[in-house]
Write a protein that binds this ligand. Structure first.
Ligand code: TYM
Length: 344
């Protein structure tokens, strides 16, 4: 079993990232059997697909490293690295560009959402973003990729690319009979927190790029800021029902109840059984307490770690060396399968 996943170092790690992905990374790391491996990385190459400030990207990459360690990623047990320090990701992306189809990329919802009506004005990187994401996981023969719901489509594309490459270049006549180069990766999406929504709009996902900071709870927020954001979270005047079905058509209420359940490791129905008949005046303070109780200790570690630049640099250097060693043979196999001559 090989687990691989990444996060873009743009902005601060938020509650959606934590519940949708990072908590699962930590669980998979902690449950690792001998012989299995976890690789987690900062997807800084993906971050340049949108306009960005280089100084901010550099700082955010180290901060996100500190955030992941604070969440429980242990660099002694998992390989933690930065994408730009492992050039094989970019190399493999180019090789996969020959297999990925324009039509596949055109169907990606993230591309359609981010590009909107202005497709002509977008960077080529935003369009080919999913091919780099495929390279990220195929390079390491990932078997499991823990992600939130929004990344599932990109993982399905990675499977399609791997499948087509294996069929086109590793089949009969290639000289590499029946030796597929790539493993098909399985996305692992948590059932309970696959899509955490904005605190300001229950129909939009919680996102690092939302211009309103009130829309998300950041790991970097202090306890007062977390509580204030929950207090101001958009809700409706209704009371909480006793069952999940009663939240139909109430996206903000459903989101808060789902976050509560995910944080305490129960279900929305169990949460509603406790708060049925009460309004948000009673629910929100309990939720604020739970958020602060869960994220507070992580934030504390994050605040200390992010100042230790030397340790963070050392973690990334060591992780990159380990990742390069694992990725090397697959990259060589891909060059060979394509008939590319590289010499001795
Ligand atoms: P990114 O940086 O947007 O998010 C990191 C992880 O957090 C999950 N996530 C959420 N889950 C639930 N609710 C939300 N509101 C929410 N927002 C974000 C994401 O699904 C993701 O798992 N393209 C990826 C980074 C990436 C990657 C990869 C992931 C690059 N290469 C290879 C897996 C494998 C991204 O932008 O995630």
């Amino acid at each position: 079993m090989r687990v691989v996943s990444g996060i873009q170092p743009t902005g601060s790690l938020h509650l959606g990232n934590y519940l949708g992905a990072i908590r699962n990374w930590v669980r998979m790391q902690d449950g690792m059997e001998p012989g299995s491996q976890c690789l987690f990385f900062l997807a800084d190459l993906h971050a340049i697909s949108m306009p960005h400030n280089p100084a901010e990207l550099r700082a955010a990459t180290l901060e996100m490293t500190a955030a992941l360690v604070a969440c429980g990623i242990d660099p002694a047990r998992s390989i933690l690295f930065n994408q730009a320090q492992v050039p094989q990701h970019s190399e493999l992306q180019w090789l996969l560009n020959g297999t990925a189809r324009m039509g596949w990329l055109n169907r990606m919802t993230q591309w359609k959402d981010k590009a909107g009506k202005n497709r002509e004005g977008q960077s080529v990187a935003l369009f080919t973003y999913p091919v780099l994401q495929a390279a990220d996981v195929l390079l390491y023969q990932a078997t499991h990729v823990p992600v939130g719901e929004d990344q599932k489509q990109h993982l399905e594309l990675a499977r399609d690319i791997a499948q087509k490459f294996n069929v086109d270049y590793c089949g009969l006549g290639s000289g590499l009979e029946d030796t597929p180069v790539f493993t098909l990766p399985e996305p692992i999406v948590p059932p309970e927190a696959a899509r955490i929504m904005s605190l300001r709009d229950g129909t939009a996902k919680m996102s690092k790029s939302d211009p309103s900071d009130m829309s998300r709870i950041n790991l970097a927020d202090d306890a007062d800021a977390m509580a204030a954001k929950i207090k101001k979270a958009k809700t409706d005047p209704g009371l909480l029902p006793s069952e999940l079905a009663g939240l139909a058509g109430r996206p903000e209420a459903l989101n808060l109840v789902s976050i509560f359940a995910a944080l305490e490791g129960s279900t929305p129905d169990a949460v509603l059984a406790r708060f049925a008949g009460q309004g948000f005046g009673a629910f929100k303070p309990a939720m604020a307490e739970l958020v602060v109780e869960t994220l507070g200790p992580i934030r504390q570690r994050f605040v200390e770690l992010k100042e230790d630049r030397e340790s963070l640099d050392a973690i990334l250097a060591r992780g990159a060396a380990q990742a390069r060693a694992i990725g090397g043979p697959t990259l060589t196999a891909a060059y060979n399968a394509l008939g590319l001559v590289r010499g001795g």
